[in-house]
Ligand binder design. Structure first.
Ligand SMILES: Cc1ncc(COP(=O)(O)O)c(C=O)c1O
Length: 482
């Protein structure tokens, strides 16, 4: 396989030439690490950790191997143009926003967007129009965004230049992105998609459609999350002439390191090779293993598993089957407790847990044995755990988005002071208040705290729900902006 990789092959050639380095990095082809070397931190790999030289191209002026690798990735991901990201999808989201929006311009964003999107608003100085995703009460989670919600937001805010969509969400929930793309383009807006958790969609018709294929203009993907690439390695795909590519390149330089890691770039190129050469077979095997896993769960008492039947409700168009969402609430075992049990007693690390559920991320690199381990752990937990005490805590989530008094950028830089939360009505919040679940902000920095918010927080605290985002986790005091 190394023969068909572009970057790894060239880096290996460079390493084997035994070049004396008066170049950075300071470890000089890994020499500095000799006495720390072991089977994990091995000298062969360290010798590939180089920077820009005549034979290694330049990410920001790609002409040779990096250009070739990015072009091949664009073909594989069906994009017009692909950029390798070495600062994750975080840098991709911020750069995409800065490429599309001028300071002060408005963008429609989901209320439960990733923090990199909030950072993009701060850095770019943009005005958000937040839209709420639906919530799914059965699982206590944020669900899809209805196409009507997006159309309404566009009609009410005709000055908005773009819509940003998270697709899928952390639970694998997908909105009807094709219809959303049509609506966004009907009103001549630009669709930016944060597809951090969906880079594998390209691999199968039995998975939700990829954002690029659905018609999005610009899409960030964390290749490292759901495909085989090193942490921080992402891609940004452009698929429309609505995006000024030269401006985007400039924004990528602003938001990323000027010393991009070649190991990360090589891993993106290897991921592309794996997809190109073996992707279809690997995804078929994964989906078969997931079907096998689902069939075994039928016999486990007390378990709930989120399958495709969730689609069709709460703005949910499809569910990504590779996200394994499980709970044992019926047995009184909460998500966080289940996650600890799996890790501590069975050596299984899931991706994350909320009060009710655990979520596992399965990839083409999981094999049947991994699923068997998870199945037998779940069987064991079901058989051995006496009725626990956790009750299904599901937030009712029926609050309005408060008024934005100052922009996210002004709020980020403003001086904040602490006051008792009970005296904060009418003040501008300097913090997020996020009920968890479902993890959708009640208040964002720059928004006005209302009496309803105060009452809602009290109600949630009485129910035993958690509030996150505030410095004081009990929310007796809150930081506000004068
Ligand atoms: C929805 C979403 N978007 C963006 C990101 C940022 O991705 P990265 O870790 O590649 O910077 C994450 C990371 O968790 C995410 O969950």
């Amino acid at each position: 396989m190394i023969e068909s990789t572009i970057i790894l092959k060239q880096l290996q050639k460079h390493a084997e030439e035994d070049v004396v380095s008066f170049h950075i990095p300071g470890h000089k082809n890994g020499k500095a690490f000799e006495k720390f070397e072991n089977k994990y931190f091995c000298k062969e790999m360290l010798a590939l950790d180089v920077t820009e030289m005549p034979d290694t191209d330049n990410l920001y002026l790609a002409k040779d191997m990096i250009r070739e690798a990015q072009e091949r990735a664009a073909k594989v991901f069906h994009a017009d143009k692909t950029f390798f990201l070495i600062n994750g999808t975080s840098a991709g989201n911020i750069s995409a926003m800065m490429a599309v929006l001028n300071p002060q311009e408005t963008v429609i964003v989901p209320r439960d967007c990733h923090k990199s999107v909030s950072h993009g608003l701060i850095i770019g100085g943009n005005q958000p129009v937040y839209i709420n995703p639906e919530t799914n009460k059965e699982w206590g989670i944020p669900a899809g965004i209805r196409s009507e919600t997006i159309e309404k937001a566009i009609l009410e805010n005709p000055e908005a230049k773009a819509v940003l969509l998270t697709y899928p969400n952390y639970y694998g929930i997908c909105s009807d992105i094709k219809e959303i793309a049509e609506i966004v383009h009907k009103y001549e807006k630009i669709l930016i998609v944060d597809e951090a958790h969906g880079s594998h969609f390209i691999l199968s018709d039995n998975l939700p459609i990829s954002a690029i294929q659905a018609g999005a203009d610009i899409v960030s993907q964390s290749i490292h999350k759901t495909l085989p690439a090193f942490t921080q390695s992402s891609m940004l795909h452009v698929n429309s002439d609505r995006i000024d590519v030269e401006r985007l390149k400039f924004m990528l330089m602003i938001n990323q390191s000027s010393s991009p890691s070649y190991l990360l770039m090589a891993s993106l190129d290897i991921a592309t090779t794996i997809i190109e050469e073996d992707g279809l077979g690997l995804i078929d095997r994964l989906l078969e293993n997931i079907s096998y896993f689902e069939s075994k769960l039928q016999n486990i008492k007390g378990i709930r598993y989120m399958d495709d039947s969730i689609a069709g409700k709460d703005g949910i168009y499809q569910k990504d089957r590779t996200k394994l969402v499980i709970n044992f609430v019926e047995l009184g075992i909460g998500g966080i407790e289940l996650s600890h049990l799996l890790r501590n007693d069975y050596g299984i690390q899931m991706e994350f847990a909320d009060i009710n559920n655990v979520v596992g991320v399965a990839s083409i690199c999981n094999d049947r044995k991994d699923f068997d381990r998870l199945i037998s752990a779940l069987e064991d937990i079901s058989l051995n755990n006496v009725q626990g005490k956790i009750k299904n805590v599901v937030s009712s989530f029926s609050y309005d988005i408060p008024k934005l008094k100052i922009s996210p950028r002004e709020a980020a830089f403003a001086t904040k002071k602490e006051i008792p939360f009970l005296e904060s009505v009418g003040k501008v919040s300097g913090e997020y208040i996020i009920p968890y679940p479902p993890g959708i902000p009640l208040v964002c920095p720059g928004e006005e705290i209302t009496k309803e918010i105060l009452e809602y927080v009290k109600h949630l605290q009485n129910l035993g729900g958690d509030i996150i985002g505030t410095k004081d986790e009990n929310l007796e005091v809150i930081r506000v902006i004068d």
